[in-house]
Each structure stands twice: as C-alpha cells, then as structure tokens.
Write a protein that binds this ligand. Structure first.
Ligand code: NAD
Length: 488
C-alpha cells in the first residue's frame, strides 16, 4: 500500500471565521499537513476573514499557536512552519456589512484564474449574507467554490431556505457541503470494499445479511456546550447527517462510476426508500435518552441548564429500507453522549449458515465491522476451528486490518478527514460532499420523527453515564431477537 500524493493546483482559499475554533483545531492543521506533504503548493494563499482586529502578522501568530497545540512537535520543523505561515494572510471582514470586502477582493485580484475557495466556517445565519457579498464583490466567477458545514438547517424548511440562499448566487456545482465523516479513510474504504472486490457484493443484501448496526458513541457529555446543544439534540446533530451518510454508503446500489452525481444519486435513492417512522411506530422503533449525573459529571439536564429539557443526547432507532436489496434487513442506528467509550462503527451482521454439520457446535453469522474510531480499520469475524487435538470445536476469531498498522513504517500517517476534503474542494471533486437534495431528503425523513416526539410530550429516558444507553434501546433490538454490539 503506497500513498500517492497528487498535488493540487495553486489556489486561493479564504476562510470566513478563520479565527474560530474549527479553523484553529482542524482547518489550519489540515492545510499545514497538506503543504508539508507536497500536495498543497507553497504559493497557495490562505486568507482568514473574520471580525477580530488582526493583521497578517497577528493571524500568523495565532496560526502558529494553533499548530503548536494540534500538530506534534516532530512534524513541525522550523522550515516547514515558516513556509506555511508565509502562505497566510488576514482580512478584517464584516459578514453582515460592507467593511473589508473591497480589501478582500483586492487581495485576490492578481490571481483571477486560480481555484478560489471560500470556506464559511461561521454560523449558518451568515451563509446567505456572505454568499451575497462574495458575488457582489465580483469574487463569484466559475472557479469559485463555496464550502459550508453543519448545521445545514434545523429542519426541512430551514435547509430549503439555506439551499435557496446559496442557489441565488452559486450553481450547485460550486457548492461543497461538508460532512466530515465522508472524509474519513475508512468510510471511503467502505466503497472500495464494496465496489472494488467481487467478494462481498453478491451477498450484500437481505438474503445474506441479517441486519446492520451503525453506532457513533461518544464518551464525553455536552459539557460547556450544553445550552447550545440543547437547541438541537442528537437527531439533528448526528443522525440527520453523519449516521444517515454512513447508512447511505452501506446501503446504496453500485453507482455506474465513482463520479459525484452518480454516487449522490444512489445515496439519495436510499434516503427516499427509507420507511417513514410515523407516530404509530415512534414508541417501538425509536428511543431517546439523557445521561444521568454521577462520578463522570453532572446530568444532561444540568449541563443543558434546563431541568425540564426534552432534548435527547442519545437516540437509537430502527430504519427499514423498502427496496429489493434491503427489505427484511433493518438498519439499527445508535448515537449518544457520555457512553462507555468513544467508538464509531458500521457492523454488517451476516446470517448464520443454514445448517451446522458440526455436532454440538453452533455456527454464527459472520460480522464485518468497519471501524471509524478509534483505530480506523476493518475486521471480519470468522468462525474457524479451535486449534489443537481436541476434536472439531469452533471459535470465532477476527481477521483484522487496522489501517494505521498497515501504513506503519511507510512514512505515511492516516490523514484527517479535513485534509482530504479541502484538497477535493481545490480539485473540484464533489463526490464526498452532500448535494442539496440529499440534505433535504434526510430532513424530510427526520422531521416527522422529531415532530412525533414533540407531540408525545414524553421525556427522554435517563441512562447511566458511562453505560450503553437506556434500557429501552436494548429492548428495541431484543424484541427482534437481536442484540447491540458492545460499546468498548
Ligand atoms: P467559533 O464561534 O469558534 O468561530 C466563529 C468565527 O466566525 C470567528 O472567527 C468569528 O470572528 C467569525 N464571525 C462571527 N461573526 C462574524 C461576522 N459578522 N463577520 C465576520 N466574521 C464573523 O465557531 P466554530 O466552532 O469555529 O464553528 C464555525 C462553524 O462551523 C459553525 O457553523 C459550526 O456549527 C460549524 N462547525 C464547527 C465544528 C467545530 O468543531 N468547532 C464542527 C462542525 C461544524
């Protein structure tokens, strides 16, 4: 396995909100690493545009601090740091007003033909005003790309309004809606496993697969973000986007080619084939939870600052896809805060062999686990003979492929999702970005569930911090004669 670096052309990237948390933690380190690997050319320009009173030197000092905090010292030789910081600049811009826009246009004027990306790392209420001003400042040519990130609306109506605001000034082909889960190496590998190997595709259906489990478990609570989080909840914050994307990539038909619209068309078909979960099924097919207080910290409602909060920080649900491939093989989704461990995975549970020829021995179905974190990798649980002279006893054992181990000693490290995604923006490849209609279709499925919860007036169920979620989440699967995989 050799990682090949294909350099991108010289580009100008403007990060609105370039002084914010996302920029400091993720975007600046990602850009630094891409430059260091020789993928982002050293004459690329990265401008931060934000409200703070800074100049180029001030922003470079801030970026240096961000790199010192988020990139290991061994990866920060002075020469590379200096080269990267020289690529950075700062423009004070008011997204809602007129200040700074002429200065920004002036900074970019001498390179009109470069890919010109604008990363909107700001609150979504600023997406429309910024898009309008980019176009108004004459910066919206055919090589302009606009990058936005969640939350893309808080319901279907909001998502439509956001899409309409962006569409007023930019074509869909210029819009890059990030779901950073799609930039994860393992998630892309899911597509490689499915569509670059003939082994799995013939059995990738309800005839051979019993069910699929998708888990995104976090060990931390909402902490200081409680009040902010309480306005959204796990369904909006995680299920509508990240878990839905993982479900789509697992369930979609093979696209005819690895091309942005071919892939996104197939994902959209999956979302549209999801059975609606109406008020009649809310009680059986969905579970909401809130963590209790304990040694790990205060309870969810205390973190949220609202003792009567009805917002869920845990969701488990059963999704059924009504098409030929999946009818009869449900997808169980689960995500929550303050659970036993930080773990994200997609587990494909195959059916057991129809008959055991080994007397007294049970043959279990194989499990293919695509692990997103920790230790990105893929495991196939197989049944084999227990070695030794003790007769034909069977044991289950994993065939394990941890990518970081596979890459060890090759001088290649696992890239962060943002590294891949930002380079795709510059290359003009939208394959790993969500199209507007996909986002809207996901809201259209999620909205009635949230509405039914609100209508019921019921409280989410409390669960123990550091556990695996509310009792009813276990029951959700037990009723179907199945069980969740352990969160570990
Ligand atoms: P933040 O509050 O840390 O930073 C906001 C940035 O926006 C600052 O640089 C600020 O100067 C700038 N800004 C605010 N109002 C402005 C205005 N009127 N004109 C110009 N600049 C203005 O926010 P963040 O955590 O970096 O998040 C940015 C966006 O990314 C949000 O929409 C957030 O939901 C989303 N997001 C963040 C994360 C994360 O890990 N932080 C993850 C996913 C999505």
């Amino acid at each position: 396995m050799v990682a090949r670096i294909i350099p991108v052309p010289s580009f100008d990237l403007t990060v609105f909100g370039g002084t914010g948390d996302l920029a400091r933690r993720k975007l600046i380190p990602a850009l630094y690493r891409r430059m260091r690997d020789g993928q982002a050319p050293r004459d690329a320009r990265i401008l931060a545009a934000a409200r703070s009173d800074l100049d180029d030197a001030g922003f470079r000092a801030m970026a240096r601090e961000a790199l010192e905090e988020h990139v290991p010292a061994a990866e920060r030789p002075a020469e590379d740091m200096d080269a990267f910081l020289a690529m950075l600049g700062y423009v004070k811009v008011d997204a809602m007003g007129t200040e700074g826009w002429d200065a920004l246009a002036e900074r970019l004027a001498d390179q009109p033909d470069r890919p010109r990306a604008f990363y909107l790392s700001v609150a979504p209420s600023l997406f429309g005003p910024i898009a309008e001003r980019i176009a108004g400042a004459g910066l919206g040519g055919p090589n302009t790309r606009i990058v936005v990130e969640k939350p893309l609306g808080r319901d279907l109506e909001g998502a439509r309004a956001l899409n309409a605001q962006l569409a007023e000034h930019f074509d869909e082909s210029q819009l890059y809606r990030i779901d950073h889960y799609l930039g994860k190496e393992t998630v892309q590998n899911l597509m490689a496993i499915r569509f670059a190997n003939a082994l799995f595709e013939p059995v990738w259906n309800a005839r051979h697969i019993d069910h699929v489990q998708i888990t995104v478990a976090e060990s931390l609570g909402v902490g200081g973000r409680g009040e902010y989080y309480d306005r959204s909840g796990a369904m909006r914050d995680m299920v509508q986007n990240h878990l839905m994307q993982l479900l789509c990539l697992t369930a979609m038909e093979p696209p005819n080619m690895f091309d942005p619209d071919a892939v996104r068309d197939e994902k959209l078909k999956v979302i549209r084939a999801l059975d609606p979960i109406g008020p009649g099924h809310i009680g059986t097919d969905t579970v909401r939870g809130q963590y209790r207080g304990g040694p790990l910290g205060p309870s969810y409602v205390e973190d949220a600052g609202d003792p009567d909060s009805h917002t869920e920080c845990f969701v488990a649900l059963k999704a059924e896809i009504s098409n030929w491939r999946w009818a009869g093989a449900p997808f169980y989704l689960r995500t929550g805060k303050r659970l036993r461990a930080r773990m994200s995975e997609i587990a494909i549970q195959f059916k057991a062999p129809p008959h055991s020829i080994f007397e007294g021995e049970t043959c279990h179905g194989n499990t293919l686990v695509i692990r997103l974190q920790p230790d990105e990798g893929i495991t196939l649980k197989m049944t084999v003979k227990d070695p030794g002279p003790g007769g034909m006893r069977l044991i289950e054992t994993p065939l394990d492929m941890t990518f970081a181990k596979a890459l060890e000693g090759r001088g290649v490290s696992m890239p962060d999702a943002y590294e891949r995604l930002i380079m795709d923006v510059i290359r003009g490849d939208q394959t790993l970005f969500m199209r507007g209609d996909e986002v809207e279709a996901a809201w259209a499925w999620v909205d009635p569930i949230i509405a039914a919860w609100e209508h019921s007036g019921a409280h989410p169920q409390p669960y123990d911090s550091g556990g695996s979620g509310p009792e009813d989440a276990l029951m959700l699967m037990h009723r179907d004669g199945r069980r969740w995989r352990e969160i570990a």
